[in-house]
Design a protein around this ligand. Sequence first.
Ligand code: GDP
Ligand code: MG
Length: 266
Amino acid sequence: MDKKEIVIALAGNPNAGKTTLFNQLTGAHQKVGNWAGVTVEKKEGMLLHRGSKIRIVDLPGIYSLTAYSVEEVVSRNFILDEQPDVVVDVLDASNLERNLYLATQLIELNIRLVFAMNMVDVAHARGIITDYDNLARLLGVPIVKTIGTRGEGIKELLDTVLEVSADRDPISRHVHIHYGQEIEEEIEKIRQRLKGVPDIANRYYPRWTAVKLIENDPLVKKAVAASPEGEAVIKQTDISRDHLQGIFEDDPETLIAEARYGFISG
Ligand code: GDP
Ligand code: MG
């Protein structure tokens, strides 16, 4: 049975058209405030679609899911800790490659995702031709074309959100970004160790946590270290990072970022 109320979060790069889509989706039914403890604006709205109540949260614009800016931390914590039913990533179709960096990181979270391919009018005017159906199949995420300023694609977007939230969407599947054998082996070692830390393993997708630890992500490291069983994971992380540093010339975080860019250009 479909849920009575679902929560969707709008994520995306700055200027991809999130607020424009948010306004089209919610109309006048908006509440504006601040995120707890920070001076970043928080917008929420409600709407009804095909009998389902949908609460929409407009997340701050971000380029990545690291923890280096307050916007990234707010967006990431909302997605990880509040666990919205569906995350809609708004992509600028005229700047697709750059926008896919965040999209790739959202894919890695193994969450219910929809891509709103916005600004298709701009892409079209520039002669950019993209096979969105094929891209959606490759990424395992449904893509809905939108033109925020004209309200085009809004109904289709909401239909897709409902299908994804009910696990009925035929395109949705989890795709792994492959990091190459050496890194994959270390991801696996950390992932195995994470099984001994149930409060982390149950909260976050373990493969994602392992990748973030290899990237030396301060917030994930802190969360793992705060857990009584976390020490073995931190130890394995140090060993894995040293090992990778020894094999390659670069920092593990650089290797991970390069692999993501490789996945995107592929
Ligand atoms: P945000 O930073 O992601 O919230 O982006 P905004 O919603 O503020 O949009 C950035 C700019 O792009 C604004 O000037 C919008 O009017 C414009 N915009 C949004 N969606 C579209 C679209 O689909 N096509 C065109 N041509 N412009 C758009
Ligand atoms: Mg905005």
